[in-house]
Design a protein around this ligand. Sequence first.
Ligand SMILES: Cc1cc2nc3c(=O)[nH]c(=O)nc-3n(C[C@H](O)[C@H](O)[C@H](O)COP(=O)(O)O)c2cc1C
Length: 315
Amino acid sequence: MSVTLLSSPLQGFTDFRFRNAFHQSFGGIDTFYAPYIKMNGKMVIKNNYQRDLNPEHNTVPHLIPQVMTNDPDEFLFVIKYIASLGYTELNWNLGCPYPMVTKQGMGSGLICNPMKIDEVLHKAHNESDITISMKMRLGYDEPSEILNVFPILEKYPIKNVAIHARLGKQLYKGGTDLDAFQKCVDQSPHKLYYNGDVTSVQAYRDLQERFPSIDHWMIGRGLIADPFLPQMIKNNTTEYPTNRWQIFKDFHDTIYKQYDEALSGPMPIKMKMLGFWEYFSQSFNDPKKVYKAIKKNGSPRNYVATVNEIFAKQR
Ligand SMILES: Cc1cc2nc3c(=O)[nH]c(=O)nc-3n(C[C@H](O)[C@H](O)[C@H](O)COP(=O)(O)O)c2cc1C
């Protein structure tokens, strides 16, 4: 079976600079999702979202924008905006677990409200011809929540439903609920994509064996922690390329240079790269030691020297 791999969006990580460099250095991803657009009550698309979605900034073969809202007018506003840029699909985020989002009835806090979901989808389908796809958790409190949404989704030509097999209340803690995902497979007539903890080739193989009908897999954190993962899944191998560390370092240097140019002052670039190293460090022999070495760096010059040393030790 041919498999399609999708880069699951991570706000603060998988922007256009990351996506372009990732595609260039590692490949293996068929479709990238941009992190969500959130409007905060104003009909304005903020500059950083505009920059991220600008087709001139994006060199990946397939990019899908995402929105997080529970407001039919905002949803339509974003549809018109992304359509004006030439995009034909909008992904709807019903997965975000953070209380400041869910308490407003957005992200995974919207899954328990099928009527609101219906309202948004009704307006979007009535007033535009954009393709809509969903990204959901199983629910906020209970895995049965998503099952109550399926009959609503059936009313619309939803392209697919990507499911992160956790509850909103779990945040990112605890395991995925594969039995609940199986219930979704059994009960949804929609095309389902699997998402959650695909962190190794073996994890992927186990999931593929358990869910043989799934042929679209979304990878989020695993792809930052081990950027070779998608191409290794595609090539059905657990072998890394012989020049693994050179490729990884070139990728690191590419994004570091771009973020360093884009962010002003030493603190923002330090925090940006530290965020990446929380994941990157997992590819190295002693992740804690690697992360600590990066964290204790004061100046950009020290940072570069430490990174060079970390990679040199791997060769
Ligand atoms: C820091 C961070 C930011 C995220 N941002 C988004 C986002 O913008 N849109 C979205 O749909 N999911 C977002 N997610 C969720 C991931 O896309 C993904 O669904 C989740 O991490 C589970 O998949 P994984 O185990 O492969 O990482 C984010 C997750 C993290 C940890």
